[in-house]
Design a protein around this ligand. Structure first.
Ligand code: FAD
Length: 387
């Protein structure tokens, strides 16, 4: 059945951050792993890594990497952020350290780098086979038989029933299949805000144009700009804005309106983003969703982890960290359980309450920021103390 036999092949759907880390762990435990990923191999083709360009990895995420001997290399590519740098609408910057000393910090890391690193680590085990451009469209939760579409040829095929790990993100096809399980329930709540990524390029000689070791925040009530540093001296800025309303993605519909808005609200950032208008109108606008579901598994045939089980809006920077912690707990349970079904049940029991709580806190933080517009001082304090 598992662990000690070392001859079982399992399937992972989705080679994102959580799926790739899980592949490393399953291979380390002696399983043969096949990973089906709908996108091309990002190590060979230049593709958008999806979601944010960089992200903050904190203790729980780093701990999961440490279990696989991957933390040190990841930290070599990370930039410690030792505090928040608040950019008020007017006046001087305010720096708020995260802790009493520099050891307390979070880290900015490139999503694409981390994903490629984890895929390569999985492959180096010799037990993991990634198959790209393979989109799972259906799973029979009773038999584990998958329906897969080859995105290159358009051909549809069925794959034999193995144990399936669904790490296919917030729109998970594996989670949809769990609807076949009696009593399954799931909720998906879209935020009324979207996000847009913009870039502050490196200065001459690769110099950082703002404080390197900080998470920069421009809190403005119904909207907010943040910026995280990248290894090459640039910063990735993320603008969170309502979809509709007086100041929204809908209202900022001309270059003149956009420029005026940035000049009024984010003048210092605007001065550092030379392609503001071009990038704003060319780049996609992302949406954010909270997903909760139960059960996380169909007997011992399939289970969901990461965003597939619990998508979290990014206002605490905890989605990936939480997904990595699923893998940490999974590792521990592997040694303790004799069947996939009991292991998956235990995983859900240990993780669901925590991940739902973080998801709620992330939304509460967002609502607090959104609703505090009448009191700029309160707003500023509340908005910054949690990011
Ligand atoms: P994903 O990263 O979504 O990966 C899913 C993979 O499955 C993808 O490769 C996809 O192509 C593939 N896939 C999907 N459907 C199928 C299918 N049907 N068949 C085959 N393959 C499929 N988290 C943090 O911890 N820190 C942060 O700072 C942070 N910042 C964020 C900023 C923003 C703007 C956003 C939107 C999110 C942020 N997050 C952050 C959350 C983080 O991005 C997610 O929690 C994380 O990506 C989840 O990883 P995952 O592997 O579960 O899912």
């Amino acid at each position: 059945m598992r662990a000690t036999e070392h001859n079982e092949t399992v399937t992972i759907v989705g080679a994102g951050l959580v799926g790739s880390l899980l592949a490393v762990e399953l291979a380390r435990q002696g399983y043969s792993v096949e990973v089906l990923e709908r996108r091309p191999d990002m190590r060979r083709e230049v593709i958008d890594a999806g979601r944010s360009i960089n992200l903050a990895i904190s203790t729980r995420g780093l701990y999961a990497l440490r279990q696989q001997g991957l933390e040190e290399e990841a930290l070599r590519h990370a930039i410690p952020m030792r505090g928040r740098m608040i950019h008020p609408p007017k006046g001087s910057l305010v720096y708020q350290p995260y802790g009493k000393d520099d050891s307390q910090h979070i880290n900015s890391l490139s999503r694409a780098w981390l994903n490629k690193f984890l895929m390569s680590a999985a492959e180096e085990s010799g037990r993991v086979r990634f198959r790209y451009r393979q989109r799972v469209t259906h799973l029979d939760a009773k038999t584990g038989v998958l329906t897969v579409v080859d995105e290159a040829t358009g051909e549809e095929r069925r794959e034999e029933g193995r144990v399936v790990f669904g790490t296919d993100g917030s729109g998970s096809a594996v989670r949809q299949a769990l609807e076949q399980v009696q009593g399954f329930e799931s909720t998906q709540e879209q935020l009324g805000h979207g996000y847009k990524e913009l870039t502050i390029p490196a200065g001459p000689g690769g110099a950082f144009q703002m404080e390197k070791h900080a998470l920069h925040i421009w809190p403005r009530g119904t909207y907010m700009l943040i910026a995280l540093p990248n290894e090459d001296g640039s910063f990735t800025c993320t603008l969170f804005l309502p979809w509709k309303g007086p100041v929204s993605f809908e209202s900022l519909d001309t270059p003149a309106r956009l420029e005026a808005f940035f000049e009024e609200q984010f003048a210092d950032a605007k001065a550092l983003i030379p392609d503001l208008t071009e990038a704003f109108f060319a780049r996609p606008t992302g949406s954010m969703v909270t997903v909760k579901c139960a059960p996380w598994h169909a007997g011992g045939k399939a289970v969901v982890l990461g965003d597939a089980a619990h998508a979290i809006v990014p206002f605490f920077g905890q989605g990936m960290n939480c997904g990595f912690e699923d893998v940490t707990v999974f590792n521990r349970l592997l040694a303790e359980h004799g069947s996939w079904e009991s292991l998956f049940g235990a995983l859900e029991k240990l993780r669901k309450t925590n991940s739902d709580a973080i998801a709620d806190m992330a939304v509460e933080n967002f609502i607090e920021m959104r609703d505090s517009t009448g009191n700029p001082r309160f707003l500023l304090e509340k908005a910054v103390e949690k990011v």
